[in-house]
Design a binder for this molecule. Structure first.
Ligand code: KG4
Ligand code: ZN
Length: 362
């Protein structure tokens, strides 16, 4: 008899169909992610109806692969966890329906998990190891940077986090995706723009870092996005080129070096806006006992952001938990990991048939 608590996680909130098996809340035994990037590439963004249809086709093969890769049988699963909020409702419903059916047929609990809270837990999977290491991570400052969210949290435990700052307009991932479109960078925009930025000169354009009021922990990315548009299209007074070339001329999108310079300057400003607020949050008196910076969401895969957050962690003498690359983007291991704590705390619905999905966080 296997003494470990094995949780099957399912995630289908946006454009990744994912399933994973996690033992005892931290050990990732398998983490299968079927990306739909190829299906949405020609539209340069996620088309909800296409996403839900693809989830429906892929969900069972993905679950089967996660079980096989974990080296267990479906009957060994102690609970089924599913991301049931927030997200695209049609996509969420595919994962929720699959999870309910599996849990009902196996006669095990089904646990609904908040996707954003799960992103905050991703850095504690695997590397952190044992349950004690998870406990030892709190109190923590949490940062979620994704396509739909850019928020700072005060985290007391895996299940208790208060928002202390959030974006007042675009999410940082959304800004990456929009700037990628402006610069003709192929979908998916975020990782490709990150790669292009590494080849450019980050000091070429003086793009704005939003500060908001002096003690604000909120974020804003719409001004930066507009400044990039002006730098590319050539409207004067925004995105001024520091060197001799006049801003009015904009850039030639066939000139790869010029595109890389804009990408690098954007990346410097976008990452600078995040690190500024993380720094501010850590300097507040409320942050005195903070031991860890927990980071999650697709943009935590960003090369410059990872470097900068590690630097801030060293400066403040706190540990920085950046998820390994396959746990930054939407994945089901973070869902299964967090579900372990919900089960331990007795915080799950109890009845497989009553679990529902919601487009927003409750
Ligand atoms: O967490 P995630 O997979 O989905 C949401 O919950 O939104 O995050 C996806 C976002 C997209 O906007 C994508 O462009 C961005 O994360 N992203 C990146 C990088 N990798 C993914 N942005 C910047 N640099 C990256 N390396
Ligand atoms: Zn996400």
């Amino acid at each position: 008899m296997d003494g470990r608590k094995l949780i099957l996680g399912i995630e289908s909130s946006c454009d990744e169909t994912a399933a994973a098996v996690v033992a005892d809340g931290t050990h990732v035994l398998s983490n299968v992610i079927a990306s739909q990037h190829d299906l949405h590439a020609e539209y340069r963004g996620v088309v909800p109806e296409i996403a839900s249809r693809a989830h429906a086709e892929r969900i069972l093969p993905v679950v089967r692969r996660a079980i096989d890769k974990a080296g267990i049988s479906l009957q060994q699963v102690n609970a089924v966890a599913v991301g049931n909020r927030p997200g695209l409702i049609g996509s969420l419903l595919v994962g929720v329906s699959a999870a309910k059916a599996l849990a009902w047929s196996l006669n095990v609990p089904v646990v609904g998990v908040d996707h954003i809270q799960a992103h905050l837990y991703a850095g504690l999977l695997d590397g952190a190891g044992e349950a004690d290491a998870v406990k030892g991570a709190y109190p923590a400052l949490g940062l979620v940077v994704s396509g739909g969210h850019t928020s700072l949290f005060q985290c007391h435990s895996p299940l208790r986090a208060n928002v202390i700052g959030r974006t007042i307009d675009d999410a940082v991932g959304e800004a990456y995706d929009k700037v990628a479109t402006i610069l003709n960078v192929p979908y998916p925009g975020g990782p490709n723009l990150d790669r292009l930025a590494r080849q450019g000169n980050a000091a070429a354009y003086d793009l704005p870092i939003s500060r908001l009021s002096p003690d604000s922990l909120d974020f804003s990315f719409s001004g930066l996005k507009t400044a990039v548009l002006y730098a590319v299209q050539g409207v004067p007074d925004s995105g001024r080129r520091k060197e001799s070339a006049p801003a009015q001329s904009g850039i030639d999108l066939n000139d790869d070096a010029a595109r890389a310079d804009v990408a690098a300057s954007f990346q410097r400003a976008a990452v600078g806006a995040i690190t500024l607020k993380v720094d501010r949050a850590l300097e507040r008196p409320e942050a005195a006992g903070v031991r860890t910076l927990l980071v999650g969401g697709g943009v935590s895969a960003n090369s410059l952001l990872r470097e900068e957050l590690n630097r801030i962690g060293q400066q403040h003498g706190i540990e920085v938990r950046l998820p390994r690359m396959d746990l930054c983007l939407d994945n089901a291991a973070m869902i299964a990991g967090l579900a372990y704590h919900l089960l331990e705390a007795g915080r799950w619905t109890g009845d497989a048939l009553s679990l529902s999905a919601s487009p927003s966080s409750r």
